[in-house]
Design a protein around this ligand. Structure first.
Ligand code: GAL
Length: 416
């Protein structure tokens, strides 16, 4: 039986409408630890995505907790349970390569890099962190700097102290401040922020090359220089607040703003917090310097997003990755986040004076990777190192902590 042309046209229109609405009902779930007052930069990126793909419902799933300490555990359950998010935040480097890439659970993004021309858009140092001989595994949205010391310019003036340039100088400044009644010249927070401080004391004491030698297995953690750096870290911790384990990194940053403490060592997401959340002006509301002993070094980490195999909304996730890696995406996200773009062609006029200074240093410094934020050490080391720090902070036993770290390095396969 033949259909009339009108009936046929109606049927075709109905079929098209169904296909169209199936497309229109697109979904995307992204997963990260950028929740609450860490959220504005990501929310701006999601907004940009929605402008480009208005019919896609974006589920911006977050698990709160600085440095991803809680999110990583949830991600693990989901990856192993076969219900991965469509795309998730991870640090460029070992944190992804040593885990979900070796396990064969990520998609190779080489063809995306090729079609988007990204092999030229990202610097070689960054590409190296996200690649193996078998592929490219994530799209970096930024470069954060770990080795920054934050302070309150007005308070330093009031106390009559200047920014210490080395760790021994820091310890003397701390004594001066204590003499003036500042109970905790340094503010630190929960365990990972202490690891973050530890890595800065190590790099500032051993130098950039000395730091790299540790992860290359060329220097043992039991080397007297490393043991000595643990002792320095112990003295630095003596300058800190006693309620550290109960403070988030934001609460620690707040104590710089309020003038309760003089210094905080934190990555430059603190600049994002000071400017975007607290609306403070760089150089006035907050000041910054490189962490003591690290003026010629840029300790880097990068937040990246990957595409797990079996992502339910693969096409939407690919569009998300495209946006993340684009100039527009990076220059929307980073001015709010405190980081700089991972791309080399970013428009610096969109960034504040802090970020401009970071961008200059990124070009002119020796680049090394952060351990605390997943760049240089295998996951088996980083996930166990927190216990070494906890133990050390209560015992101040440098030789014991160094031996424990060395044992972890051997177990992780890079220590001899
Ligand atoms: C880092 C991450 C930053 C920031 C910070 C605090 O690990 O790379 O983007 O989120 O943790 O949570």
């Amino acid at each position: 039986m033949s259909r009339t042309p009108i009936k046929k046209a109606l049927l075709i229109a109905a079929a098209l409408a169904t296909t169209g609405s199936a497309l229109a009902a697109g979904k995307l779930e992204i997963f990260s630890w950028w929740a609450g007052d860490e959220g504005p930069a990501l929310e701006a990126l999601v907004k940009l995505y929605k402008e480009k793909y208005p019919t896609v419902a974006v589920d911006n799933a977050t698990v709160t907790g600085g440095a991803g300490t809680n999110a990583r555990a949830v991600l693990k359950t989901r990856m192993l349970g076969g219900t991965p998010p469509d795309s998730f935040q991870v640090h460029a480097g070992q944190e992804l390569i040593g885990t979900w890439v070796v396990a064969g659970r990520m998609e190779d993004l080489s063809s995306l890099f090729k079609s988007e021309g990204w092999s030229k858009a990202f610097p070689a140092d960054v590409l190296k962190l996200i690649s193996t001989k078998d592929g490219i595994w994530s799209v970096p949205v930024n470069v954060h700097r770990s080795n920054v010391m934050w302070y309150n310019p007005a308070k330093l003036k009031e106390w009559g102290v200047t920014v210490p340039k080395t760790w021994p100088e820091f310890i003397s400044t701390c004594a001066v401040l204590k003499g003036k009644g500042v109970a905790a010249p340094l503010v630190v927070g929960e365990n990972w922020t202490q690891q973050h401080l530890w890595e800065n004391v190590m790099i500032g004491t051993l130098g950039a090359q000395g730091w790299e030698n540790l992860w290359a297995g060329k220097t043992k953690f039991t080397d007297p220089k490393v043991v000595g750096a643990f002792t320095t870290f112990g003295k630095v911790m003596d300058c800190a607040n006693k309620d550290a384990s109960g403070l988030s990194w934001q609460q620690a940053s707040d104590r710089i703003v309020s003038g309760q403490s003089a210094f905080n060592i934190m990555g430059d997401w603190a600049a994002g917090y000071f400017t975007t959340t607290k609306k403070l002006a760089p150089g006035q509301g907050f000041g910054w310097a490189t962490a003591p002993g690290t003026s010629k070094t840029f300790v880097m980490l990068a937040d990246s997003f990957g595409l797990p195999k079996g992502a339910k909304d693969r096409a939407e996730a690919m569009n998300w990755l495209k946006l993340l890696g684009s100039k527009a995406g990076q220059d929307t996200f980073n001015p709010l986040k405190g980081s700089i773009a991972a791309r080399t062609d970013s428009d610096l006029s969109k960034y504040n004076t802090y970020s401009k200074s970071a961008a200059t240093d990124w070009k002119n410094s020796k680049i090394v990777g952060s351990m605390t934020h997943g760049a240089v050490a295998p996951e088996s080391f980083t996930s166990a190192f927190g216990a070494v720090i906890d133990q050390f902070v209560s015992s101040k036993n440098s030789a014991g902590a160094a031996a424990a770290a060395q044992a972890l390095a051997v177990r992780a396969g890079f220590g001899k």
